[in-house]
Write a protein that binds this ligand. Structure first.
Ligand SMILES: *[C@@H]1O[C@H](CO)[C@@H](O)[C@H](O)[C@H]1NC(C)=O
Ligand SMILES: *[C@@H]1O[C@H](CO)[C@@H](O)[C@H](O)[C@H]1NC(C)=O
Ligand SMILES: *[C@@H]1O[C@H](CO)[C@@H](O)[C@H](O)[C@H]1NC(C)=O
Ligand SMILES: *[C@@H]1O[C@H](CO)[C@@H](O)[C@H](O)[C@H]1NC(C)=O
Ligand SMILES: *[C@@H]1O[C@H](CO)[C@@H](O)[C@H](O)[C@H]1NC(C)=O
Ligand SMILES: *[C@@H]1O[C@H](CO)[C@@H](O)[C@H](O)[C@H]1NC(C)=O
Ligand SMILES: *[C@@H]1O[C@H](CO)[C@@H](O)[C@H](O)[C@H]1NC(C)=O
Ligand SMILES: *[C@@H]1O[C@H](CO)[C@@H](O)[C@H](O)[C@H]1NC(C)=O
Length: 604
């Protein structure tokens, strides 16, 4: 196993500015995927199994594999690194449905009859190779799909980020068909490779954001069949797309300047400088609330605070007034835009105004870049009305300007989008993962986690998911939920940006890292898996993947009541803290704020 910390020469590569693709931190290192075949790693071995092998090779000394640079609009532009030499890697394609998947099979000597599926991000098409690296280190074969189309959310040239949505097969692929197929055929290929007596014994899933949605959708569709999962690790899932996407539009449009006549222009109200000011304001307000001073640094859910909820009551008038005091440079228009974003999506349902989807918590503004780029509306925000809602595709051309004015059927654009998105039969129901009744039959384990400072998918969305699931079946031995104080979308801050005061690795930040989906790719590709310092072998106290494996495979390992999260500087782990199974929270009870043993899980 490599010692990662000595080779942390990190180059931050932001894949697409105006898009939802999570940026990947990679080492400047080339990858020429091997096409050498030998032993059982040959096309013949995988012939007549229902899929076409596009590419296959035995992983060589570069320890990497991928498609190679995409010829068209790239969604995933870097390889899987740190794959054991001698692994068999391949790309397979379904003969008629158009989706492909990648499969990495570790050498038989390292294989422990485990199988992992890993997820995607945003609406991207493309095999998410950077999220493959972890599995072989846990003795697992690993599969991931391209979701059945090629494009990034932003799109460029002829590739409109969401144009693929007009193709019903591609919609179904992205919704579930590509993942269903990748798992089904991935297992068949895995069993063919290792041969009799070594068939897959345990199947797992790990994914965040869209990956989290894919995992939930998967266990809802395969709760208890031959392709069922034994354990799934689900991060910040975009499960509730039919309500989440209208709220994304709301966020984007709230940030556009209105003329005096009410017309909505394409000028952003809040840009990065103001987001940073809002974050600073959140820190200041929270400090003042918690200890009556503003001396300590407020980290969302940081040292003093167990949750941002402790600082913000959701009273907009109060927040508006407080902002005037701590962020005096914001104009009225800017402050009102911020309040409108935090408020979430409010629509009249049966005559009564209701918040149908929560806004992001103050403090997570750095994540707004994921959906807003530098402040403007993006394809991602408009894609719902333009492509997902059949009526908008066929009928009156959608314009942002209709958001506040009557668009159709006597409804404003906002009301209409919400109604169309949530009605039964809406195409956005297809990917939405809300079949909770099916989960009553799920026989595996579920570990859910979500960053409290997530500014893209608010933690409140996972709280709702937790309520919906536990209404069906009580948690405990099969289901655990961990909120991660201070963590943004899937990682501590996915768009590390020193100019905004958010470097990639910030030791003052609350510990967040649990080696779950996407996280290893943010701390350097030479790592690829596990928690530095606790990875040989992976320690289930720190590592969510190993915690799940032990939970499933060892009768002596009950459901985890806590996990230890870590934070790093560029060369070592500098802080640890407990994450507690919801609704418990970590309370500081010791003498070293940087040591997890000083924190106790308590019901507060
Ligand atoms: C996506 O691009 C790859 C080449 O990188 C190609 O093999 C594949 O067929 C494309 N998929 C679709 C659905 O167009
Ligand atoms: C190929 O797999 C078979 C089991 O089906 C095994 O007996 C054989 O040793 C494998 N060959 C190589 C070169 O790994
Ligand atoms: C406002 O929008 C309407 C409809 O899009 C348009 O007819 C009108 O010219 C716009 N007004 C201004 C001042 O741009
Ligand atoms: C916020 O303050 C502005 C004036 O600065 C006022 O117009 C607005 O109504 C206030 N909003 C709320 C929700 O209190
Ligand atoms: C919000 O706070 C203001 C000022 O503290 C108070 O007057 C008002 O009643 C509060 N509103 C609600 C809904 O609690
Ligand atoms: C407000 O703007 C002034 C002038 O640009 C600047 O000196 C001051 O530091 C700003 N205040 C805050 C709280 O950002
Ligand atoms: C805790 O860690 C922070 C950031 O690394 C450091 O500034 C602080 O001095 C540490 N505190 C203790 C008690 O070690
Ligand atoms: C990282 O933290 C370790 C342990 O606290 C310390 O010894 C080391 O000097 C730090 N490295 C950097 C680059 O700050």
């Amino acid at each position: 196993m490599k010692s990662p910390l000595s080779v942390w020469t990190i180059i931050v590569q932001t894949v697409g500015l105006v898009c939802l693709s999570l940026p990947t931190t990679i080492i400047a290192q080339s990858c020429t995927p091997s096409t050498t075949t030998s032993g059982n790693c040959t096309r013949q071995r995988f012939s007549n199994l229902g899929v076409i092998i596009d590419r296959i090779g035995v992983v060589g000394p570069e320890e990497c594999f991928w498609d190679g640079p995409p010829p068209t609009d790239p969604a995933v532009t870097s390889p899987a690194y740190n794959i054991p030499q001698g692994s068999c890697a391949l790309i397979a394609r379904h003969p008629t449905q158009g989706w492909r998947f990648g499969l990495i099979l570790p050498p038989p000597s390292q294989y422990k009859r485990r199988f992992f599926a890993t997820g995607n991000g945003g609406f991207n098409g493309g095999i998410n190779w950077p999220e493959f690296s972890f599995a072989p280190h846990y003795g697992a074969a690993v599969v991931g799909t391209d979701t059945g189309h090629n494009s990034s959310d932003a799109g460029s040239g002829s590739q409109d980020g969401m144009k693929w949505v007009t193709d019903a097969t591609k919609r179904t692929n992205w919704a579930y068909q590509a993942m269903d197929g990748a798992v089904h055929f991935g297992k068949i290929l895995t069993n063919a490779f290792y041969g009799s007596g070594l068939s897959v014994e345990r199947a797992y899933f790990s994914g965040c954001s869209t990956g989290g949605r894919q995992g939930l959708k998967y266990i809802q569709r395969h709760a208890n069949d031959a392709d069922k999962m034994d354990g799934v690790i689900i991060g910040a899932p975009a499960w509730n797309l039919k309500e989440m996407l209208p709220n994304q539009m709301n966020t984007a449009i709230a940030n556009l300047h209105r003329q005096a006549d009410g017309n909505i222009t394409s000028t952003p109200v809040l840009e990065r400088a103001e987001w940073a000011a809002l974050t600073a304001a959140a820190f200041a307000l929270c400090d003042a609330k918690v200890d009556g001073s503003s001396s300590a640094n407020y980290n969302p859910g940081g040292d003093k605070v167990v949750s941002i909820d402790d600082c913000f009551t959701g009273n907009e008038t109060e927040y508006n007034e407080s902002l005037k005091r701590v962020a005096p440079n914001l104009t009225d228009e800017q402050r009102l835009a911020a309040v409108a974003i935090y408020k979430g999506l409010v629509v009249a349902v049966n005559g009564a105004k209701m918040t149908v989807f929560p806004g992001p918590q103050p403090g997570g503004e750095a994540d707004w870049t994921l959906a807003l780029g530098t402040g403007l509306e993006t394809t991602f925000d408009q894609g719902l009305a333009q492509y997902w809602l059949a009526d908008a595709r066929a009928g009156t051309p959608w314009t942002v300007n209709s958001w506040d004015s009557i668009y159709k059927d006597g409804l404003t654009g906002k009301q209409w989008v919400y109604r169309e998105s949530t009605r039964s039969g809406s195409t956005i129901n297809e990917p939405t993962a809300d079949d909770f009744a099916a989960m009553a039959n799920y026989e595996g384990k579920l570990l859910l986690y979500h960053g409290i400072a997530d500014g893209l998918i608010p933690v409140a969305s996972s709280n709702k998911l937790h309520r919906e699931i536990t209404n069906i079946k009580a948690e405990g031995e099969w289901f655990r939920y961990f909120q991660v104080p201070g963590m943004h979308h899937c990682a501590w801050y996915p768009n590390g940006n020193p100019a905004m005061g958010f470097p990639y690795i910030d030791t003052s930040y609350p510990p967040w890292y649990i080696a779950a989906a996407y996280q290893p790719s943010t701390i350097g590709s030479s790592q690829g898996y596990g928690v530095p310092g606790h990875d040989d072998p992976p320690d289930p106290a720190y590592d969510a993947i190993q915690a799940m494996i032990d939970w499933v495979e060892r009768s002596s390992s009950p459901s985890p009541a806590s996990l230890i999260a870590t934070a790093f500087n560029s060369s070592s782990v500098v802080r640890t803290r407990k994450l507690c199974a919801y609704p418990q929270k970590a309370v500081y009870t010791g003498s070293n704020i940087n040591d997890s043993s000083s924190w106790t899980c308590t019901t507060v």
